[in-house]
Design a protein around this ligand. Structure first.
Ligand code: B12
Length: 480
């Protein structure tokens, strides 16, 4: 056993994408560590700006025992037009940390958990935590500090004698986690620099969308937070002046009963008029009743994962909704007074010019406030789409700058699938069909205001600095 005095962990935020998004994962992990008697320090390199190396230098070398936990939220920006990988940034930070301390280093995070072995190999680190950090990181840190074995701790990925090993998966009960005070991260600073706060109401996704990394990184089992705990956390954020939030669930309305319970708890506490919030949502199940309840609880905007307006394409993507369900969501949102957008994903298997036309025509017909166009499907290891392509040895159609499945045959670097029926034509096809409709966001260098990449988006950074708050698509909408 190590003494309480020596239980020290330093958590490092490596996500420097602007506008800045608060590292909510580290806030939550820190809360659990503190409840397990760890002395937790946050090294937030996003807020350190150009002085990040000095921060590491001044905060690490004091000879004290500790474990360093590094968060890696985005492996890349998942945007075919830019194909920006963040592995070089992670590698540089890991190198800098290592030059100041011999402390064991552990990586975790959403992007990391999509392909943990590949990331660890690339940056030369031996241990990571897959999925949520709350249950495993404390016990792991204790063992590392004591120099004891770690192979019976769940959710680990580590280098064993014969290569990479994963330990059993275990999900923490979200009802048993300590109250989230949101005091470890400087959420006020992030609100000023990023224009939105964050909160999570559940984890895991049981949907079968063929391209999606969420079940790979978080697991399929849905774990729900008690609705009351969510409302309490909103109060804690409000007390810090953070009154505009983005919910960090894959889909807020899955399952619907939990979405309703969260809304009820917010309304009961009288917070509906004090906080504004945005969500990602699935087009089904969605009803005027749910929309109205969300609005009363303070929700102002919804981004639906619509993907396509072609039923054939929706089936191929493994989606449960159909094109006409989208029209119903539009009606429900308009009635409730919610601003709404659809995310569409073009270029998947079987996509043709005709299915793209169907999708864009439907979007124009049902008149959402905005449409976010992603062209090219980022391929992630472990997804049904990537496995199918591998099985059939179908490298054709996979494209991307810096790209894989490349030299090593991995998908570590940004690689995108574009249906062979579209190929290089995809941009011009989209541009032709969208025409001058200002509601569509897509990669069009001639129109920076239609840029749908939130990575290094200067228009957004400036708008947030001028005081804009909200989901980024809604800020961009208001700017027009
Ligand atoms: C909500 C969300 C957004 C919102 C964020 C709103 C906000 N205010 O926070 C918005 C819309 C702004 C957004 C933007 C982007 N996003 Co986003 N986003 C998400 C989403 C749905 C939730 C992220 C989240 O906060 N989860 C809740 C927290 C608590 O979970 P967590 O961060 O994973 O942390 C837990 C564990 O990972 C772990 N952990 C984390 N760090 C550490 C560290 C250690 C040491 C340990 C042990 C454990 C650990 O423990 C934590 C607690 O359990 C995820 C998908 C998902 N379901 O996770 C995508 C996701 C993270 N986003 C993604 C991307 C690509 C982006 C963008 C780059 C897109 C773009 N080009 O514009 C931008 C980047 C913005 C930025 N500045 O970083 C990808 C990353 C994929 C990848 N390959 O890396 C994801 C995974 C979606 C996907 N499947 O494609 N996003």
């Amino acid at each position: 056993m190590i003494s309480k005095r020596d239980k020290r962990v330093v958590l490092v935020n490596t996500n420097v994408i602007e506008p800045l998004i608060a590292p909510i994962g580290l806030d939550y992990v820190a809360e659990s560590l503190a409840s397990e008697d760890f002395d937790v320090e946050l090294l937030d390199l996003a807020l350190a700006g150009d002085g990040w190396k000095d921060q590491i230098k001044s905060r690490l070398p004091d000879g004290l025992p500790r474990v360093v936990g590094v968060t890696f939220r985005n492996t890349d920006d998942c945007y075919m037009a830019s194909g920006r990988s963040f592995l070089p940034v992670l590698k540089q930070i890991v190198g800098e940390v290592r030059s100041h301390t011999d402390a064991p280093l552990v990586i975790g995070g959403a992007g990391f958990s999509v392909m943990p072995e590949l990331v660890l190999e690339e940056v030369g680190v031996d241990i990571g935590v897959w999925g949520e950090g709350e249950g495993s990181f404390g016990p792991l840190a204790e063992r590392l500090l004591a120099g004891e074995r770690i192979d019976d701790i769940p959710n680990l990925v580590f280098r064993g004698r014969d290569g990479w090993r994963r330990t059993a998966v275990s999900h923490a009960s979200l009802a048993l986690l300590p109250r989230r005070t949101r005091r470890f991260v400087d959420n006020e600073a992030y609100f000023r620099r990023g224009g939105q706060g964050s909160i999570e109401t559940k984890r895991g996704c049981s949907q079968k969308c063929v391209y999606c990394a969420d079940p790979v990184a978080k697991g399929r089992a849905q774990r729900l937070r008690p609705a009351r705990a969510v409302a309490e956390e909103i109060e804690a954020l409000l007390a810090r002046g953070v009154d505009c939030l983005h919910v960090c669930d894959s889909e807020f309305n899955l399952p619907e009963h939990h979405a309703r319970a969260v809304c009820e708890a917010i309304i009961e506490r009288g917070l509906g008029g004090r906080v504004r919030w945005y969500v990602y949502a699935s087009p089904v199940p969605f009803s005027p009743g749910l929309a109205g309840m969300m609005r009363r609880a303070g929700c102002v905007g919804i981004d639906f994962g619509a993907d396509s307006g072609s039923d054939d394409q929706l089936k191929r993507l493994g989606r449960r909704h159909r094109a006409e369900d989208l029209a119903a969501t539009a009606e429900a949102c308009r009635e409730a007074g919610l601003v709404f957008m659809y995310d569409i994903l073009l270029g998947g298997p079987g996509e043709t010019r005709e299915t793209v036309r169907e999708t864009i025509t439907l979007m124009k017909r049902i008149e959402p406030d905005r449409v976010g166009v992603s062209a090219g499907v980022r391929l992630y290891p472990g997804t049904p789409l990537a496995s199918a392509l591998q099985d059939r040895d179908q490298a054709r159609g996979v494209t991307g700058r810096n790209a894989g499945p490349d030299r090593n045959g991995t998908l570590l670097r940004p690689a995108f699938y574009v249906s062979e029926h579209l190929g290089d034509d995809i941009w011009s096809t989209v541009a032709d069909l969208v025409g001058d409709d200002p509601r569509f966001f897509f990669a069009n260098p001639a129109q920076p205001e239609s840029n749908y990449n939130y990575n290094d988006n200067r228009l957004l950074v400036d708008a947030v600095a001028r005081g804009h708050r909200g989901a980024y698509w809604d800020i961009l909408r208001r700017l027009r």
